[in-house]
Ligand binder design. Structure first.
Ligand SMILES: [Zn+2]
Length: 325
């Protein structure tokens, strides 16, 4: 009689273990380590108990906002909207899409902008969650190394490398994986570091068993905003996203919200209106566009990837349901 009870206890432990797990595979030096091996071993045990490995999948919600680092009123208002969504949906983390500090990045880890354009803005309890940050062109005008250094002592600020990948929150283990890019580096397309980053991305995407693969970078591949498409990324990055069946590419740089019609299965989403706004032109490939302040949230489960666009106070203005490929 003791055996089934013991099994239930063990399975509960494994389930709780997964729900809490967050793994981070950073790169930049080629020494990234995936710490997922323990999780995979535990997962085998649970798969034996549940024939459908996705039957126990947990819903995950996360927020996406970019170009937010002004420290001015609109950034605070958007933070209020993010709080409204995050507290309702229990958001697990934020993808923070670059141009984190206007006009010219931070000078050091003690720059007052850390306080005025980040810490004092996202103060709500629901936003005390990881911000997975990447560098934008404005960040490169300052001391970009300081943004990596800040992450070492401030757990909410996640920037383990200029480009990195992680899985988080959706069980089992690696059902969704995120790939963070340094697109400013990619614009210098003939440099060794650009080539290395693209090789890293292609190989990480190829080996990932994730149902959902999410890539985010500061510059758009596709956009109908002020900056528009980024030629270098259309030429070099787009084919990699397509051949590795990436679900969505999120970017900022242009200061509006937009969903581009999918190209070869990849959804291109602009969310660069976290503190500044700019006009967007409606073109043939525009599925939805909004030229006000706002942000994006995603609800993801084993079968659906729901992208919701929010205006600055958090109200929903558009929702797209993306199915599995
Ligand atoms: Zn930018």
């Amino acid at each position: 009689m003791k055996k089934p009870f013991t099994l239930v206890i063990r399975l509960s432990f494994f389930f709780l273990f997964w729900v809490g797990v967050t793994t981070c595979n950073q790169n930049g030096s080629g020494e990234g380590q995936d710490t997922n091996s323990d999780v995979s071993a535990e997962q085998e045990n649970l798969d034996l108990a549940f024939p459908d490995p996705y039957s126990s999948i947990k819903k995950l919600n996360f927020l996406i906002v970019g170009d937010a680092g002004t420290g001015e009123e609109p950034q605070k208002v958007v933070a209020t909207g993010m709080h409204r969504v995050a507290s309702k949906r229990s958001s697990a983390f934020v993808l923070y899409l670059g141009d984190n500090f206007y006009e010219s990045g931070v000078t050091s880890v003690t720059d007052t902008l850390w306080k005025t354009a980040f810490e004092d803005i996202y103060t709500q309890s629901s936003l005390q969650i990881p911000f997975y940050a990447i560098l934008g062109n404005h960040d490169y005008l300052g001391n970009e190394e300081a943004q990596l250094e800040y992450a070492l002592t401030h757990p909410r600020w996640k920037m383990p490398a200029r480009y990195y990948s992680f899985s988080s929150g959706l069980s089992p283990g690696d059902s969704i994986r995120f790939f963070a890019l340094d697109t400013e580096m990619l614009l210098n397309e003939t440099s060794d570091e650009a080539k290395n980053q693209l090789l890293w991305l292609d190989s990480e995407l190829k080996k990932s068993p994730a149902i959902w693969k999410v890539v985010f970078g500061h510059h758009p591949v596709r956009s109908n905003g002020d900056h528009g498409d980024t030629g270098e990324l259309v030429a070099l990055l787009k084919p990699i996203l397509e051949r590795n069946k990436v679900t969505a590419y999120f970017c900022g740089h242009d200061h509006h919200l937009e969903l581009i019609k999918p190209e070869n299965g990849v959804n291109y989403i602009v969310s660069g209106a976290g503190a500044r706004k700019r006009d967007v032109t409606l073109r043939k490939n525009t599925k939805f566009a909004f030229s006000g302040f706002g942000f994006v949230s995603v609800d993801v489960s084993a079968h659906q990837f729901d992208v919701t666009f929010h205006a600055r106070f958090g109200n929903q203005i558009y929702k797209e349901v993306i199915g599995r490929r």
